[in-house]
Ligand binder design. Structure first.
Ligand code: SAM
Length: 335
């Protein structure tokens, strides 16, 4: 499963257009955007004894270390985000040039949807999905299994390393990406690949239309709270240097833009933006609640108001917000 060359090099593909054109054909029309209307893990009862707070359900294992809920509504959002990521990558699950992987792990697997799709695509591979929450389905391909574990703790995979390690959408989840990527390096076979797909969690606009909006205020407050609590909210921008500093070779970076909403003229970006809006609307409250109430002493009602302003501005086609999404992969040298 190796590339012929392990010579040190970095390639970057910038898929982000210099200017994302606005679809002005329905600037005054309000109809379009509003339509978005078998565990093999040792599951002890304590793992399932979830925390309930402000009407949401949270993981119990390593209680308090992840600030987003793990209930049905959040899991639906994760599956929407999966569809959005597939769209961004033109329906590819990964971009690394892996060949015939035998042992694969998906870090922070969430609902396990990526791991299940990967296992279907590579029936010869043994795929592990690892998460704090046992929220994955039990009816899964025979070559996938799920483990409850904390990927920020010390790993014990060095004597049984992987061919491919994958991690996606771990912004607001991980405090120490440098340590995580070093653990990946130690647990990947020589010649094996590690791929992270992640975000710069702060949206922006090319025309300034996102300034002074409820959407901007939402991310300033919420991601500000995550940052104060020690979580990385912009991992995408740091991945390349973390991979290179760790010793990975053949590091490749692909940068994409993901608009928020249906405003782009380009049909592909409009579709990505539609999914972005859908998953964001499913997530505004859940993403913000624990970060702002536990760490910033906001009330639930204050969070609801912040979320509703973000939702309203997120639907406004005159606000042309977008995010940068990065796919970074690298190879452990053969020798
Ligand atoms: C935003 S979700 C992303 C899910 C999945 N990677 C995807 O792209 O669909 C982040 C996931 O990471 C998990 N997580 C957060 N911190 C973790 C940790 N320290 N160890 C294991 N899983 C963790 C959460 O429980 C959650 O399911």
């Amino acid at each position: 499963m190796t590339e012929p060359s392990t010579q040190e090099q970095t390639t970057t593909t910038n898929n982000a257009p210099a200017n994302v054109a606005v679809d002005t054909s329905f600037e005054n029309d309000s109809s379009y955007g509003d339509e978005l209307s078998s565990y093999t893990a040792s599951l002890t009862s304590s793992v399932l004894d979830y925390r309930h707070e402000n009407g949401r359900r949270y993981h119990k294992f390593r209680d308090g270390s992840y600030l987003l809920p793990n209930d049905e509504s959040e899991n639906d959002r994760l599956d929407m985000a999966h569809e959005m990521c597939l769209l961004i990558l033109h329906r590819k699950l990964y971009l690394a040039p892996i060949k015939n992987p035998q042992r694969v792990i998906d870090l922070g697997t969430g609902t396990g949807i990526w791991a299940i799709d990967f296992a279907d695509l590579h029936p010869q591979a043994e795929v592990i999905g690892c998460d704090l929450s046992p929220i994955q389905p039990s009816l899964v391909p025979p070559n996938v299994k799920f483990l409850v574990d904390d990927i920020e703790s010390e790993w014990a995979y060095e004597n049984n390393p992987f061919d491919f390690i994958h991690a996606r959408n771990l912004l607001c989840s991980i405090k120490d990406f440098e340590k995580l990527i070093k653990q990946c390096y130690r647990s990947i076979k020589p010649g094996g690949w590690v791929e992270f797909q992640d975000w710069d969690g702060y949206p922006y606009s090319q025309d300034g239309s996102h300034n002074d909006t409820g959407l901007k205020q939402y991310f300033d407050e919420v991601h500000g709270a995550f940052q104060k609590a020690g979580y990385e909210v912009r991992p995408g921008v740091k991945l390349e240097s973390l991979f290179k500093d760790t010793g990975f070779v053949n590091v490749h970076v692909e940068k994409f833009v993901a608009p928020h909403g249906v405003w782009p003229k380009d049909p592909h970006l409009k579709e990505v933006g539609t999914w972005m809006q859908a998953q964001a609307e499913a997530g505004y409250e859940g993403i913000a609640l624990a970060a702002l109430t536990r760490y910033q002493k906001w009330t639930k009602e204050e969070v609801m108001i912040l979320a509703s302003k973000a939702r309203a501005d997120g639907r406004n086609r005159k606000i042309h917000a977008m995010y940068d999404f990065y796919v970074v992969y690298g190879q452990r040298p053969e020798n």
